[in-house]
Design a protein around this ligand. Structure first.
Ligand SMILES: [Zn+2]
Ligand SMILES: [Zn+2]
Ligand SMILES: [Zn+2]
Length: 351
């Protein structure tokens, strides 16, 4: 358990307005430190008396953690959720990896060789070239992709195979389009607060030991690392089978420490325009977009406007199901962000 001197002083009081910030700043904290900080800011304990902290019922502290989790899911206000959660609850289980909540999708990607074609053209071409009643494959939906491509989702893997076979045997299609299953990414996980003195070779060695692979194996890779307020955070990529194995553990030993870890899911987001799916260096926007209010001409540091999320505004312009827009576009409560996380899970090969 962290002692009080370790407390993250950048965390703001737990008022509704600060929820976004709290979620942001707790991202890189392990569960124990988060509970500690939450308890501190709710006056559940007097932070100057560490004995008190240990003595007080853990239940009260856990209630807060549950509230945070629930806000993410339901977008209820923090306060309402706290009241609803005032009844005793069984101790929370360790957060399950996204693996357990992800439903397998059966997807095919069709991309035009001629990049000037639109997704609508592609869709029409495929629909005309294939008699779906002959293939007898159940199509769930057809969605547009960037650069004129489309994504076809079927109801089962069997249906997907039938459809792919039909497409691959159709020369008219294969002359003009590249067809296949979407590329999947390997799962990643992040270890929190590793001592800065622990060098990369030691980190790699320890993780490979946990995965039960040889030191020269490339089934486990360090993706990158960054400095957080509580030490170095290391991000790893693993082969799917190894990921499953790692996720059965509670903590990992790295050097002389035992550290927390969890699945790492971070959608690609542009710092310039706040949109998902590309990086700032590839951004087509002419000037920066404020991440707090979604307007151009200033940054969030100089922003005096109300929070409003550019991604959710753009979503509402097109979609029938309208979502809340009164949050910054870096908020973890953003439904556009939640959608990107789901997409990332669907793109991950856990098997
Ligand atoms: Zn951009
Ligand atoms: Zn602004
Ligand atoms: Zn949003």
């Amino acid at each position: 358990m962290a002692d009080e001197s370790d407390l993250d002083t950048s965390i703001l009081p737990l008022e509704e307005d600060n929820i976004d910030l709290l979620n942001e700043s707790t991202l890189d904290m392990d569960c124990e430190s988060m509970l500690h900080a939450l308890a501190f800011y709710n006056n559940i304990i007097d932070s100057t008396e560490s004995k008190e902290f240990k003595k007080k019922p853990k239940k009260a502290i856990r209630v807060n953690a549950l509230a945070i989790v629930k806000i993410g899911a339901s977008q209820n206000t923090y306060i309402a959720q706290l009241e609803a959660d005032s009844k005793p609850k069984p101790p929370p289980k360790k957060a399950k990896p996204a693996l357990s909540t992800s439903k397998k999708q059966h997807l095919a990607v069709v991309k035009p060789k001629d990049v000037t074609r639109s997704s609508a053209d592609t869709k029409e071409f495929i629909k005309k070239s294939i008699d779906i009643t002959q293939v007898k494959a159940g199509v769930k939906k057809v969605a547009n992709l960037r650069n004129g491509g489309i994504l076809i989702e079927t109801v089962s893997e069997e249906d997907l195979e039938k459809l792919l076979k039909e497409i691959e045997n159709n020369e008219r299609i294969t002359e003009n389009y590249k067809v296949g299953k979407p590329d999947k990414r390997n799962p990643q996980f992040i270890c929190f607060g590793v001592s800065e003195e622990t060098d990369e070779a030691t980190v790699a060695k320890c993780i490979k030991y946990h995965c039960g692979v040889q030191e020269n194996s490339n089934e486990v890779k360090i993706v990158h690392s960054y400095k957080s307020q509580r030490g170095m955070n290391w991000i790893f990529e693993t082969a799917p089978g190894l990921y499953k194995q790692i996720m059965t553990m509670n903590k990992l030993n790295i050097g002389w420490e035992r550290v927390s870890f969890r699945e790492y899911l971070r959608p690609l987001r542009c710092f310039k325009c706040c949109r998902f799916g590309h990086l700032a260096k590839n951004c087509k926007e002419e000037s920066d977009v404020c991440s707090n209010c979604g307007n151009q001409g200033h940054t969030y540091k100089d922003c005096s406007k109300d929070k409003s999320c550019r991604n959710c505004i753009l979503h509402n312009e097109k979609a029938r199901n309208k979502v809340d827009i009164n949050h910054s576009c870096t908020s973890r409560l953003c439904s556009s962000y939640e959608r990107e996380i789901k997409l990332l899970i669907n793109k991950t090969n856990y098997e």
